[in-house]
Design a protein around this ligand. Sequence first.
Ligand code: ADP
Ligand code: MG
Ligand code: ZN
Length: 630
Amino acid sequence: MHPHRKRQFQITGGYWLLAFAALLLLQTAFLREAAPRDVPYSEFLASLRGGKVARAEVREDSILVELKAAGGAKPARLRTSRLPGMDETALLKELEAQSVSFSGRIERTSFLESFLIGWLLPLVILAAIYVLVMRRLSPGTGGPLNLGRNRAKIYDETRHGKVTFADVAGVDEAEAELVEVVDFLRNPQKYLALGARIPRGVLLVGPPGTGKTLLAKAVAGEAGVPFFSLSGSEFVEMFVGLGAARMRDLFEQAKLRAPCIVFIDELDAIGKSRGGMAAFATHDEREQTLNQLLVEIDGFDSTKGVILMGATNRPEVLDPALLRAGRFDRQVLVDRPEVRGREAILSVHGKKLKLAPDVDLQVVARRTPGMVGADLERVVNEAALAAARRGSLTVSGHDFEEAVDRLQLGLKKQGSVMSEDEKRRVAFHEGGHTLVALSVKHADPVHRVTIIPRTIGALGVTLQLPAEERYLMTREQLLDRLAVMMGGRAAEELCCGDLSTGAANDLERATETARQMVSRFGMSATLGPVTFGRVSGPRFLAGTGGEERNFSEDTARAIDAEVRGILEREYARARRILEERRDALEAIARRLLDVETLDRSQLEELTGPGASRSAHPAARPSPIAFSDAR
Ligand code: ADP
Ligand code: MG
Ligand code: ZN
């Protein structure tokens, strides 16, 4: 269902050259059809006297000769030029003597003929090629003439069957945010009367296959409005300048059909950040299209009821200009579903099948951590196929087992699915972060912990919300934060024995924090209230400014030792906490394996109240997430 990005198709100079070469070839082939071999006059005479010539045609400036067929082969044809001022009668006599059938022909180079073959025919062929290419580029449109018109698919409810929220499962949070958009599209008057600012652009962000496209369609379906959808990759493959023209056209059409939804799928294909060093490599075409998009977004009046929706799985590459207020200013996270969500998705797709009574979709959901909606749809489909192979009329639990195994093999290679062992390790790792955070004095309260690889690239996440907006942090707070960071690795060591690579990100961040404590904040007793190193280089080029060293080799060694000392102390402290509360750790990990995500109240149940201090999250909390990247 998911249209993979098509090969970028650009008609470049090389393309035209190729067509031209083909033409030349064709032309010569036509003109020299069965061309006779050119020979010197002397050779012709020799052949004639040798009695090899069967026929001769005397033309104005040449003589065309057909040799006698030798041994069933096709008779060879020769051509020789007439000699200037030659005596024809002698030649004619000679021909007669050899009893060659000969004729004369006055060459009438018909102007019409040469024009037709030499020029018109190639032109016709050229035009045919052009039309063919155009057809390929824009199926459904009437050829080259309306290339600039967009291919926005007006989503047709009657043909596809209306998509509603009932078809989307397991992404309740995203759905809840979109309900408001639906409501606005249904009765915009209500919002306008209140003077409420209507969202102009909603950006769906999440890993591939989580149902972003489906959700956008469902919003249109629920609201009963037309749905214009275009994929970002479709813009990029166009001729230069056409992407922008299309964008203009898309919005023009949409304005005529308001209220409606304009949906730009795979927004990252056109919305990649401009500027920076990458500017040299970027696509001029894409930039034009992006600029046009920005112009269109700013130009349309959202009170008219055109809602812009976008989807991307790479929000980090988007141009910041797209995300500014008044553009895609509302972002909705469509994350990987957890166990209950997966069960719901399975049952949405399972409805189309006849399930045997032994099928327990909850069991299937448990076996598929990390899978997204599109994967689960495939699981259901594979199970149906397995049943069909058995010749059964109903799909059994065993069919589902087989389907999951089959798909997991493929997904495992891509690294988006965990084995049981890995899942256990991640559960302890996240449990470690959580329990330390619940135990130390200054850590931010734990908001939620999950072992589902949420958001792109992370294995599990412990989400802490700062209790209040912070401008300053004390030494103790920083140390506690370090202990929490170390908790993951400590728990792995404690309960799984070996260490794994899963803690790399934690360690990196912890090291950075500890180094700053020593060299920036003067928080080390041994080194004293001194800062070390000076930031050099232009600051605005993030990442390029290096640190200038303004201290001795000995000091560097002392800093390193101090950093290591801090980290080791905090690691030991985390480990001690976990050892003391091992029961609680095991309980959290077991529960995580079971339900995959625990929120604050569930954690309190497991560890007892009071452990999680009852601080209220700030109005606009910036969560600190331990995303454990692989
Ligand atoms: P995305 O656009 O996020 O890559 P799609 O919306 O194209 O994902 O999803 C592909 C297919 O997978 C959908 O057509 C649908 O059948 C199935 N699917 C994905 N997510 C869900 C979901 N949350 N609920 C039900 N089906 C889903
Ligand atoms: Mg999609
Ligand atoms: Zn971690």
